[in-house]
Design a protein around this ligand. Sequence first.
Ligand code: 1GP
Length: 221
Amino acid sequence: LPDNFQWRDWRGVAKLDPEKQLTDEHLAAILQKPLDAVIVGGTQGITMENTSQLIARIRQLDYKGFLVQEISEVHAVVTGVDGYIIPVVLNALDKKWLIGAHLEAIKMYGDIIEWSKVLPVGYIVCNPLSAVAAKTQAVPVTVADAAAYATLAANIMKLPVIYIEYSGIYGDPALVRAVTAKAADARVFYGGGIDSAARLNEMSNLVDTVVIGNAFYSHSG
Ligand code: 1GP
């Protein structure tokens, strides 16, 4: 198993949603792909039970890469993963998703959190019709807004990663370029609508890390 949390090297990552169904065969096929990490997380219906079950199934299939939980529900934090992604939703109108849930978690678990395993990630939620936009009450972003959020994340908040989250749709390469131009030392992750080699190639050339989610569920993956 990976002994430290080398997220800086990630190029291609799968995001698997504990609430969605995958057969063992399909899950095994996904894990055979050349992935640098698997992120377990989602927006709706996340529980300790479905998260632990999916993580146990991935472990049973002898997956050797990084296995990371993206935390969106403080009551569903599991052990047995290599690291945790903590979303800081930069354009969330609901402050809960900027710092609120984080403060609550620190008050509950602060003394036992292994900070070396925690990767704080600044999300810019760019698809106003996505479940994550609805949940966080994300403010719509223009290209100029996205560049400003990236500048803030990199230079004021000093977040190590900026995640351009288009969840469900393919993003605007001009917005992605505007974010990477302002990202300074922050790495840039992109996720949304990667369902072809051409799209994977286009976004891989613009950012550090590309995250694929829905494509694993909508066809043979
Ligand atoms: C979702 O960014 C990921 O959180 C991936 O998006 O599901 O559209 O691939 P898709």
